[in-house]
Design a protein around this ligand. Structure first.
Ligand code: ASP
Length: 367
């Protein structure tokens, strides 16, 4: 049998041929090309590394510790790592203290993926369970299914011995009540509008997203990842985002690397973003280049999407945030984000030298 050839990914030249130079230039600022050229890849100090969104300093440190000291597989190390954020009531985007849906109910999305077995598990829209990532891991390990949602996911968790926990805190109840008092009729159509929440942390911010993704590489070269979130604040009940969807909010291929996303989940879904990042690494990109590539694809799609929802496109660029994180099997890692002031967006990384924050590349730098 002949060896399967590696997939042909569109190079910049091929893309130019397809869409035309003018179209490409309209969403690719010169500053980005320059950033990419001088991008020096981030490399782990040893063979072990975990990266995550900026809220994961503790999570990445714990994941690396567990891989080194307890020889935990990377997916389990990532699941345990993000557990620190799931139980932190001060993180308004994940687990306990996550912002609720329109009806004031906290519903969580989570998934994990194991490189060596190429298996995955996920729970979507699960209520009253503190550690949805651990439930996703049980779905992966104890069933032949991948996605469980809603009451079915909760029943499965209870069956597995997880306990019911109230996830709405006093603080998030107040923010939700303030949102309720200010909501507008077309709120469902304009999910990018300001919410004007009562909480000073969120004041003036666009409708907040938040999540933690963690990708991990173990000393034996195996990979795993996990993404967990309370999703879009004040979402329509029943909405799931990208986080529990394999290939969207996370993806890993043990031969290549691991990736994940935080930010506007709908954009990560429509682009198959995390899968795309891994496939770009397969084609030879560094993790940062692969993340930037996926963001360019999302940019193109947002420009088209703006025909039905103008809020998706603002000042000649996407009107929403999205960040990708990636680790390659050889220990290179990186992250890129859609928008921001240069130097202000960070991701967390831990390796054998300890944990630190590093700067994300930005596709569309703002002033
Ligand atoms: N991606 C998550 C979602 O859309 C939220 C986030 O990362 O902020 O549900």
């Amino acid at each position: 049998m002949s060896k399967p050839s590696s997939p042909k990914m569109p190079t910049r030249r091929r893309l130019l041929k397809t869409v035309g130079a003018g179209a490409l230039a309209s969403f690719l600022p010169a500053s980005v090309i320059a950033t990419e050229k001088k991008d020096s890849p981030h490399r782990a100090s040893g063979k072990t590394v975990a990266i995550s969104s900026g809220n994961g300093m503790g999570a990445t440190a714990l994941a690396v510790k567990l891989m080194l000291e307890q020889k935990l597989r990377p997916v389990s190390a990532a699941v345990q790592g993000v557990g620190l954020v799931e139980k932190d009531p001060n993180d308004l985007s994940v687990g306990l203290g996550g912002l609720p849906d329109e009806n004031g109910r906290v519903t969580l999305d989570s998934a994990c993926m194991d490189g060596p077995t190429h298996n995955a598990g996920s729970v979507g829209c699960i209520q009253d369970i503190l550690h949805p990532a651990q439930v996703a891991e049980r779905v992966m390990d104890c069933t032949d299914h991948i996605n469980l949602v809603g009451p079915g996911a909760k029943n499965f968790a209870l069956e597995q011995g997880f306990k019911e926990t109230e996830l709405l805190t006093e603080r998030t109840r107040k923010i939700w009540q303030k949102w309720l008092a200010n909501r507008t009729e077309d709120d469902r159509l304009w999910p990018l509008g300001d919410v004007n929440p009562a909480d000073p942390i969120l004041q003036g911010e666009a409708r907040p997203w938040g999540t933690i993704h963690c990708s991990a590489l173990a000393p034996d070269g195996s990979l795993g990842c996990c993404t967990t979130t309370s999703g879009l604040a004040f979402k329509i009940p029943g909405r799931i985002g990208d986080s529990p969807l394999i290939g969207c909010g996370l993806y890993c291929d043990n031969e290549i690397g691991s990736a994940g996303a935080t930010g506007r989940g709908e954009a990560a879904i429509l682009s198959g973003g995390s899968w795309l990042v891994v496939e770009r690494m397969r084609a030879g990109d560094t993790p940062t280049q692969a993340c930037l590539y996926a963001l360019r694809r999302v940019t193109e799609q947002a420009e088209r999407g703006a025909r039905w929802q103008p809020a998706l496109w603002k000042d000649g660029r996407p009107g929403f945030g999205l960040t990708f994180y990636a680790v390659r099997k050889d220990g290179l890692y990186g992250s890129a984000t859609m928008l921001g002031k240069p130097g202000t967006q960070h991701f967390a990384v831990a390796d054998e030298q300890g944990s630190r924050k590093e700067t994300c590349s930005i596709l569309h730098p703002t002033g």
